[in-house]
Every structure is written in structure tokens, then in C-alpha cells.
Design a protein around this ligand. Sequence first.
Ligand code: HEM
Length: 159
Amino acid sequence: MKKLLNTLLSVSILCFSIGSFAEEAKRPSLFDRMGGEKVARQIVADTWANHTSNPIVKNRFEDSDGEYVKQKVYEIFAMATGADVKYSGKAMKATHATMNINEAEFNAVIDDVMAALAKNKVGPQEQNEVLAILWSVRPDVVNSNLTTKTLTTEAKAVK
Ligand code: HEM
């Protein structure tokens, strides 16, 4: 009897695990949860409008071809959020490395994206997921000489 109960327990645990894998597999991508291509393109357009009117960064984009940058940003945004889209632009590090971008500018760009997400009614869970993706790109964008040193680094420097 005990053996039978153990077997039943194992089988139900197995079914539960397979069930949650299946749930995970069919969970829509972040891209789809935000509303798909139409919403993503609108988010990119609103982000561009925010950048080009944001006093902290607007001068950075004065000489850029807006249509080109919006298309490349759409591609990388779509790809990073799980759409079947291929990014055809330049590498993040190569694009930004020579620009001497500081933390305040990076934060301003993030604020512009977050405002565009809110404007397009992207939910808080999805906003957090986008924020994590953006934050992961920070080392390739911000000049490391212009980043705030961590407490650990400061402490080591004092020794
Ligand atoms: C997570 C943050 C960022 C992402 C994902 C991102 C993404 C991109 C992409 C995909 C491009 C087009 C690359 C290409 O030419 O093929 C681009 C261009 C550009 N980015 Fe960023 N960027 C970020 C942050 C920043 C910041 C903080 C600044 C400065 C304030 C900045 C300034 C620029 C400029 C000026 C261009 C246009 C260069 C040109 O006209 O050729 N970016 N970015």
C-alpha cells in the first residue's frame, strides 16, 4: 500500500512538473504581452520623440537619421523581447563606445523608454522586464570611466 502511494505521489509530481514546463513554454513572449509589432513600433516612436525633446540627451541625436535609428532600435527591442526579428544594426559597444556617454545620459534614455512604455499601457510586470533588459546593456553603452564606483571598489582603493 505504501509503495502504491509512493508511486502515485511520484507520478503526480512528474505530471505537475511537466505541466509547469508546458505552461512556461506556452507563455507568450514579452513582445507579445506588450501588444506585438504595432505597440512596439509606437513605443520606439514615442521613445524617439522623448529623446529628441529631452534636454539631457537631445543634442546627442541632432545629426542622426531618425528613421534609420528607429528601425534599428525597433529590431533590437523586438529581438530582445522575444519576437522573431533579426537585428541588422551595429553592435551596441561599437555604436556607443566613442560617444563618452555618462550615467545621467543613460538614466535619461531609460526614463524616456519607461515613459513610452507607460504611455502605451504596458503593465508593471512587463515594464520591469524591459528595464532589466535595458540595464543589461549599460556596460556596453556607458563609458566605464564615467560610472559611479561601487562601495567595494572605493574601499579597495582606500587600502
Ligand atoms: C539600453 C540603452 C541603449 C540601447 C539599447 C541603444 C540602442 C541603439 C541602437 C540599436 C542604435 C542604432 C545602431 C546602428 O547604428 O546600427 C543606437 C544608436 C544611437 N544611440 Fe543608442 N542605445 C542605448 C543608449 C544610448 C544612450 C544612453 C545614448 C546617449 C545619450 C545613445 C545614443 C545613440 C546615438 C546618438 C545613436 C545614433 C548614432 C547614429 O546616428 O549613427 N544611445 N542606439
